[in-house]
Design a protein around this ligand. Structure first.
Ligand code: HEM
Ligand code: HEM
Length: 234
């Protein structure tokens, strides 16, 4: 079980948390089924997946991260971006339909303020993505699946940058950041800001589609293949 041994040995300070569980807690040595790859219902099952299926509850405790774990900063940034992007997408698509002007302007300014926080955090997330140590790859994943997962993650980064930059550049006048600061913007209303709005809209649609693919992939791993991938990001 090289993947599991590697995961439990990496110290948290190296970037990917693997928790404090003892071998007994993980039931690594005591489970005879861990002795090699076995088969279930005709399909080969890796020892790692088998260990989890047979010894852990459906949702592993926070102490046990048999698949490794993203470091704390990566996890915090992931969820700050995820919640903000989902919020900005829902409000972005609904705000235009709100007829009450005061409410519409309030929500649009709130949206721009939340998105501005992401503009500030994005360079940090990008640099950390390049510098941090990744958790070990997931077991039972073919090379094409791994390549696809990496491609979707890379595209998510690219599209987030696209939406943030176009969103900021298209705003034709300065706006208030949570009512505290005035943020200036470079262009006044005209054909250029109209074009940038189009670029923003296309970016939002692409980002929405990528997020759906990403979440479906997580659902497939977590609840269909029963590999507790979510615990790597919690
Ligand atoms: C706007 C929404 C989201 C974006 C932009 C996003 C983006 C990403 C990215 C780029 C990664 C790769 C790790 C990193 O560089 O941080 C990742 C990993 C992950 N995300 Fe999300 N995510 C979103 C929402 C979600 C949601 C809603 C879930 C839960 C259902 C989720 C669960 C995960 C998990 C479990 C991983 C780790 C995958 C692995 O272990 O390889 N994400 N996400
Ligand atoms: C990842 C971050 C962002 C997401 C997910 C997002 C999402 C959206 C969505 C879904 C729309 C509606 C598009 C449509 O009607 O087709 C929208 C519109 C808009 N966004 Fe963004 N946006 C983001 C970043 C920004 C930024 C950084 C700004 C400016 C600082 C901004 C300003 C606006 C404005 C002014 C509108 C037009 C609202 C309207 O006229 O109804 N957005 N955004």
């Amino acid at each position: 079980m090289p993947a599991l041994r590697m995961a439990t040995k990496v110290p948290p300070q190296l970037g990917c948390d693997v928790g404090q569980a003892s071998p007994q807690e993980l039931n690594v040595h005591s489970n005879p089924m861990n002795a090699g790859t076995t088969e279930q219902a005709g399909y080969p099952v890796s020892p790692l997946t088998q260990t989890h299926r047979e010894t852990a509850s459906p949702r592993p405790s926070r102490q046990t991260h048999p698949l490794g774990r993203y470091d704390r900063l990566a996890r915090v940034l992931h969820w700050v971006f995820a919640v903000s992007i989902i919020y900005a997408t829902v409000v972005g698509y609904t705000a235009g339909h709100i007829t009450h002007t005061t409410w519409r302007l309030f929500l649009q300014h709130l949206n721009m303020s939340v998105a501005t926080v992401l503009i500030v955090l994005f360079p940090l997330r990008l640099v950390w993505r390049l510098k941090r140590r990744e958790p070990p790859p997931l077991p039972d994943m073919s090379t094409p699946q791994r390549t696809l997962a990496h491609a979707v993650h890379g595209l998510l980064y690219f599209t987030i940058a696209w939406v943030l930059v176009s969103g900021y550049l298209m705003v034709p006048q300065s706006y208030r950041f949570f009512g505290l600061l005035t943020i200036p913007t470079p262009f006044t209303r005209g054909p250029l800001t109209d074009e940038l709005f189009l670029v923003h809209r296309v970016g939002c649609a692409v980002l929405g589609a990528l997020v759906v693919v990403h979440v479906l992939a997580v659902v497939k791993h977590q609840w269909i293949a029963r590999v507790p991938v979510l615990s790597r990001m919690l």
